[in-house]
Design a protein around this ligand. Structure first.
Ligand code: SAM
Length: 282
């Protein structure tokens, strides 16, 4: 059973019928191109047994694309009229598949595992761009059942999320995502496939969860030293971590204990090095 995807005319008609005026505040740029939907769904590499979590279904463009390819779809939407209308859209355009859909009206930044039955195994979303990174990190922390995912974000954010140590754009999002998952870019998406048309390119990021780099140090301790190291990214780690360690000499001692050159900069360290550094301070 297939779903009838939403094209440009249907998106506008649906928005008009619901009285929806897309807002920047909620990152509302709706996909109105079935080919892009098919591309995203293919890139998500869903297993038929996967339980998909979609953040921000909006008018339902991607939700309809996902329904035929997942055992269940949880859609979390913050905007009341959109959350309220999604069920009818699915019933109309994918009548045989609506039983697979659970609509959650709420903030993806605040969801907890207890809200989802069955538990999500895959995150697939065209994310609201202003909160994309914190949403992904929150969901990976909160929902351990998520094994893989495919998210669309601003291209620049896709670059940062997937950056490797040593590159200029490597930073906090890169290290924190690497704590949970290995990731790669899965393509670029041009502005005209959205309504309204954004002024930036978008990029697809595919990720696969892996074991945390170390199990002898709490994630929060690792993330604290990551935040400190990049707060002043042009300084050497010895200087940048003085506050975190108590003093510059204390930072130097901890860096040496972790086998890291104190004159290096944060952008040189991979997630394992950050974990070693956090462990040195425990
Ligand atoms: N998935 C739809 C599509 O591809 O056409 C809409 C994507 S649009 C970029 C982002 C969606 O996320 C909007 O529907 C917006 O209302 C919703 N949204 C924004 N912030 C949210 C949040 N914190 N939690 C859940 N949904 C949110």
């Amino acid at each position: 059973e297939q779903a009838r995807l939403l094209g440009p005319a249907e998106i506008r008609e649906l928005a008009a019928r619901l009285g929806v005026a897309p807002t920047k505040k909620l990152g509302q740029n709706f996909l109105h191109d079935p080919n892009t939907i098919r591309r995203i769904v293919a890139a998500a590499e869903l297993d038929p047994a996967d339980v998909a979590l979609e953040v921000g279904p909006g008018l339902g463009s991607l939700t309809l694309g996902l329904l035929p390819y997942a055992a269940h779809v949880h859609a979390v939407e913050i905007d009341p009229p959109l959350a309220a209308a999604l069920g009818a859209t699915a019933a109309e355009r994918a009548p045989g598949l609506v039983d697979r859909l659970t609509i959650h009206h709420g903030d993806a930044m605040r969801v907890t595992a207890a809200e989802f039955d069955p538990p999500p195994t895959a995150l697939v979303a065209n994310l609201p761009y202003n909160v994309a990174v914190p949403v992904v990190l929150h969901l990976l922390a909160e929902l351990p059942g998520i094994r893989h995912g495919l998210v669309m974000v601003q291209k620049e954010v896709a670059d940062r999320l997937t950056a490797a140590p040593g590159s200029k754009i490597y930073g906090i999002p890169s290290v924190k995502l690497a704590w949970y998952a290995s990731s790669r870019q899965a393509g670029k998406v041009p502005p005209p496939v959205f309504w309204p048309v954004p002024n930036v390119d978008s990029g697809l990021v595919s990720f696969t969860r892996r074991e945390p780099p170390r199990d002898d140090v709490p994630r929060d301790a690792v993330f604290a030293v990551v935040d400190a190291a990049f707060a002043q990214r042009r300084k050497t780690l010895r200087a940048a971590l003085a506050g975190w360690a108590g003093s510059a000499p204390a930072a130097e001692t901890l860096l040496r204990k972790a086998g890291i050159d104190p004159s290096a900069r944060g952008e040189m360290l991979d997630v394992h090095a950050f974990a070693a550094l956090a462990a040195a301070k425990l």
